[in-house]
Ligand binder design. Structure first.
Ligand code: E9O
Length: 647
């Protein structure tokens, strides 16, 4: 399950397999062809024509081929590589690791099927030590299928069109219940790395603060390839803690323990300290009686989190999140990791004065998470469960194991301040009650140190809304009764009462609301009132901190209209300003813990008549240039950051 990110150390070598791979699609109407013909048994170029494909990248937007852009089904990648013969002489264990591949993948080395993985946003790893050949080329093959079904997370549907008078034979289309493009491919870096035969398997780190001191609690697990399961008696661990300059702070012995850091430098978010994102390095060493020594440098940010019915805290200070929803999205590369884009996006976040973002709607690349740790940008870490419905047990179990994989990957990151189990589930269905309580409680069991949320969009339990009408109806009913006390009085309700079933399981309530965009379109004047009503009711109902996790409007850059008109830059900006008025009032009530605009940048969506060139709710264009909205937000976020009440 992911394991530690491949990092070099005095005992570990890391080799990148990124670059140009060979690539071929399976024919749309013969999905199994590659398996039947064993395309993995030899280089792909021997079983048919190939093109070059960039890794990491989505394959969809990289060529002029529409069939490649719109492909549904299997895609095949391969490349040849050498491994240094000293790895064999030194009896190194060798691991292959893909940061992610979307959605389903099967990995082969030299024709051996090694591992398969379901889910497009979390790492895949396999021990390839015994599959390698030395002194000649090795072959790695990856088969990827992007098909989404009601059983996958996220869900999708394959629509088969069987009318021969309207569609060609076998015609089908993929649909899904979210608006971003289901990009596919090897999206993140591919590495092979070595460890000694006794190796550091995993490290769990939690931190606490005691006066001026930091307390680091660690637990190192280790493995061994040669001798089999348990030799822990002979294996020893030692720790060295280095400061941000790499200077020695303190040391400890033992595979579990605590380290006290006197006068610790804490991990603070951006603009909450002169020195945000401070991280120590814990240099972990594991050695055995045979002289194997494995070293792994792990970053540690010392901070605490707290939450109650009104407040989120970091290092005991109340937090107000000012951020945005994002996507991994850019032209040409789709969802492929791109270091230039990462630097640009964090530069823009800091320019805005933002202190946080949500990894809407799936776990982001570890390279992005590393940057968040380093820059002090707080993360709401979201699972790929977007728009779920049909809450059966099989889906629940899958969802729980995705949460486990996500926690496993990101558990030590100081930037991660909350887990989000999903976005906009159809949680007005009764089975959602048990479903979310199980998923949330399991997540809490995997990690008791962080609050858990789920981003909601359906109407809340509408008792309160009904209440307002109760006054009206009680008057009409009692007037009727007094006019005729001899008969019962009723009123035929045409709608069963809506309920929201997930919120009761959450620590913090996050809600997406689009007043004057999806409802009351064009009526900017209702935003303030509706937003205040909505969010104060959520708090009243559940007695938990609440925040707005999405609000916004689409705008076409360069399209101006005053007075504001939908899709103009003015409309987007004014909609935000009206929201700010509501947020400020809600903040003064003491339970409103944050605001996140939707979206950081315009992003790609499937073609559709409500999406002109994609979702245009970005405050930056897709190429990361500011719209008027970005300047408005920048002004607000810097003011909020300076406002000591919120700091
Ligand atoms: C999820 C996000 O990924 N929330 C959506 C965003 C959007 O721009 C999407 O990009 O559409 C908003 C959901 C709003 C719910 C109200 C829907 C009313 C439909 C008529």
């Amino acid at each position: 399950w992911g394991g530690l990110y491949p990092r070099e150390s005095a005992s570990r070598e890391v080799k990148s397999l990124d670059g140009l791979w060979n690539f071929r699609l399976s024919p749309l109407l013969d999905a199994e062809k590659g398996f039947r013909e064993e395309w993995y048994a030899q280089p792909l170029s021997k079983s048919g024509p190939v093109i070059s494909m960039a890794v990491p990248s989505s394959y969809n937007d990289i060529t002029q081929d529409k069939d490649l852009r719109d492909h549904i089904g299997w895609a095949w990648y391969d490349r040849l590589f050498y491994v240094p013969t000293r790895w064999q002489t030194d009896k190194q264990r060798v691991v292959l690791r893909l940061g992610s591949a979307h959605y389903n993948s099967i990995i082969y080395v030299n024709g051996h099927s090694l591992t398969s993985h379901e889910g497009g946003h979390l790492p895949i790893m396999a021990d390839i030590t015994t599959k390698l050949v030395y002194g000649k080329e090795n072959l790695v093959t990856v088969a990827i299928n992007n098909t989404l079904t009601p059983e996958t997370i996220p869900q999708g549907t394959i629509v088969e069109h069987n009318d021969p008078s309207r569609y060609p034979p076998g015609y089908f289309a993929q649909s899904y219940n979210f608006d971003f493009t289901n990009y596919a491919g090897i999206h993140r870096p591919v590495y092979i790395y070595t460890t000694p035969q006794t190796f550091i398997e995993d490290i769990l780190i939690t931190t606490d603060i005691n006066g001026a001191n930091g307390v680091i609690t660690y637990n190192v697990t280790h493995g061994n390839t040669m001798i089999g399961p348990s030799r822990s008696g002979e294996v020893g661990c030692s720790m060295k803690l280095l400061d941000i300059e790499g200077d020695h702070v303190t040391s400890a012995m033992g595979c579990q323990g605590t380290i006290v850091v006197t006068n610790a430098s804490l991990w603070w978010p951006y603009l909450m300290s002169e020195n945000p994102g401070y991280m120590y390095t814990l240099l972990v060493a594991v050695s055995d009686a045979e002289g194997n020594l494995d070293l792994y440098p792990h970053k540690v940010g010392i901070r605490t989190l707290g939450w109650n019915s009104t407040t989120l805290t970091i290092n005991s200070k109340p937090l107000y999140l000012r951020g945005c929803g994002k996507h991994e999205d850019a032209d040409i590369r789709g969802k492929g990791v791109d270091y230039a884009l990462i630097v640009k996006d964090f530069s823009l976040l800091k320019w805005l004065g933002a202190n946080s973002f949500r990894t809407s709607h799936y776990p982001y690349a570890e390279e992005i998470m590393d940057m968040a740790d380093k820059e002090g940008i707080m993360i709401i870490d979201e699972s790929p469960a977007v728009g779920l419905s049909g809450f059966d047990e099989a889906l629940m179990n899958k969802h729980i194991s995705v949460m486990q994989e996500l926690v496993q990957r990101d558990k030590n990151r100081p930037s991660v301040i909350m887990w989000s189990v999903g976005n906009e589930p159809k949680s007005n269905q009764a089975p959602a009650l048990n479903y979310f309580s199980e998923v949330v409680n399991s997540t809490k069991a995997f990690d008791p140190t962080r609050p858990v949320t789920c981003v909601l969009a359906v109407d809340k339990h509408s008792d309160l809304a009904v209440c307002k009408f109760v006054v009206f109806f009680s008057k009409v009913v009692s007037a009727t009764k007094s006019a005729d006390p001899s008969r019962p009085v009723t009123c035929v309700l045409n709608k069963p009462k809506e309920k929201e079933y997930a919120a009761s399981s959450l620590d913090v309530i996050l809600v997406n609301r689009y007043y004057s965009w999806y409802g009351d379109t064009g009526h900017l004047e209702v935003i303030k009132m509706q937003t205040i009503t909505e969010f104060s009711e959520w708090h009243l109902l559940h007695n938990k901190p609440v925040m707005i996790s999405e609000y916004g409007a689409g705008s076409l850059p360069g399209y101006h209209m005053d007075p504001a008109w939908t899709w103009s830059e003015e409309y987007q900006a004014e909609l935000m300003i009206r929201n700010f008025e509501a947020f400020d009032e809600l903040r003064s009530k003491g339970y409103f813990v944050g605001e996140m605009i939707w979206n950081f940048a315009d992003f790609s969506t499937p073609q559709g008549h409500t999406r002109p060139g994609g979702n245009r709710k970005g405050i930056f264009t897709r190429s990361r240039q500011p719209k008027m909205a970005a300047h408005v937000l920048r002004y607000r976020y810097h003011n909020l950051a300076n406002d000591t009440l919120t700091n």
